[in-house]
Design a protein. Structure first.
Length: 365
């Protein structure tokens, strides 16, 4: 079975998060000469496949088989792949069964590799992702089997296949400021403590504030206010409190503690509460690391395009690999219809993605 045929088969599984619908079992059977370990926790299924070829580097590929619900308005049934005009239409085509198909087939066909290959697959990346790749990595750590290097096959390219390799991702910090005042009649402002008036002269130091100047791979970590509310929706009562919600997409330069310390200094003297939650951590893989250099070389050889290295976009399971000390990059097909109606991936893209991963494996000395 070639990569396109395998891709078409796994697209048929109705694997809406966190149900893999049998997809992981199908993959394990397809790679019958790899050691398979199934891990299930809180309704999430994970699969670790591993094969030792020699004593060289330990290289992993990671991905998810779960997809978001298809929604309405498709030209065809979302889980019945449609091949049309050089594309295959189905839910999960770009995000990310194309990547899974490519690295599964590349690992099956691996030759001239003198290390260890591991595949990490999960049925929960699109959801909370608490018991997916993270859980598999905990198991690998317990067994002292963590890979040194990894590729997450998320769709990364923007205009043409081969134009983008992701070497990092921004983190995400969610925050809330609660400013307490004293409610009263608007006609007697001297008897009130109005939290709106208190924050007004300080707001410009919060909204849109850059926590750092950015770097080669990251734009500045900016405080973005997403919600402000207070009061009772009447004109004659001053509010007793005011709530501000915000988000910071932070680089490796700025931490949650940095945000906390800055806001505490701005709000000093007010009666306030500040809460922060780091929902995902940033990471950056050194551009001179072995995995970045090898992936760049493989992409350029197969696609004829010199890939750019960037960290744009949201988040992915690559962040978990980085937390465990794994040098990780992301590379996959063009990202222009993920989570959309009539999601699709180019047949030639899938074929070339397979060749990129095969090239990477065979030359990862």
């Amino acid at each position: 079975m070639d990569v396109v045929a395998f891709f078409t088969e796994i697209l048929k599984f109705r694997s809406i998060t966190p149900d893999d619908d049998g997809c992981l079992k199908f993959i394990a059977e397809f790679l019958g000469d790899f050691e398979a370990r199934f891990i299930e926790k809180n309704g999430v299924k994970n699969l670790i496949l591993s094969k030792r070829f020699g004593d060289g580097a330990h290289l992993a590929f990671a991905g998810h088989v779960d997809v978001v619900p298809p929604g309405e308005g498709w030209q065809s049934e979302p889980f019945t792949p449609l091949m049309k005009d050089g594309f295959i239409y189905a839910r999960g085509a770009q995000d990310m069964k194309s990547g899974v198909a490519a690295f599964v087939c590349a690992c099956r066909d691996a030759k001239n590799f003198n290390g260890r290959l591991t595949l990490i697959l999960t049925s929960d990346e699109e959801g909370d992702a608490l018991f997916g790749t993270l859980e598999a990595l905990k198991i690998l750590k317990e067994r002292d089997e963590l890979p040194q290097f990894a590729v997450v096959a998320e769709p990364t390219c923007t205009g043409v296949f081969g134009d983008t390799i992701k070497v990092g991702r921004r983190g995400s910090i969610n925050g809330k400021i609660l400013i307490r005042g004293v409610q009263g009649h608007a006609a007697y402002p001297e008897k009130c403590v109005n939290p709106v008036h208190q924050i007004a002269p300080l707001l410009s130091r919060i909204a849109g504030h850059d926590m750092d100047a950015g770097s080669e791979f990251f734009s500045p970590s900016k405080i973005v206010i997403t919600d402000i509310r207070g009061g009772m929706e009447v004109c004659n009562v001053t509010p007793s409190e005011l709530g501000i919600m915000f988000n910071v997409r932070n680089s490796d330069i700025t931490s949650a503690d940095d945000v906390k310390n800055y806001l505490q200094s701005v709000l000093e003297g007010l009666n306030f509460e500040l809460s922060l939650k780091q929902s995902s951590k940033p990471f950056l893989t050194d551009k001179d690391s072995k995995i970045v250099r090898a992936m760049s070389k493989a992409v350029q050889k197969i696609s004829g395009v010199a890939p750019q290295l960037n960290t744009k976009g949201g988040t992915s399971d690559a962040r978990y690999l980085a937390e465990f000390g794994v040098k990780v990059v992301e590379f996959g097909v063009i990202n222009d219809r993920i989570h959309a109606v009539d999601e699709r991936a180019g047949v030639k893209e899938v074929e070339r993605l397979y060749l990129v991963f095969k090239e990477l494996i065979e030359n990862f000395a």
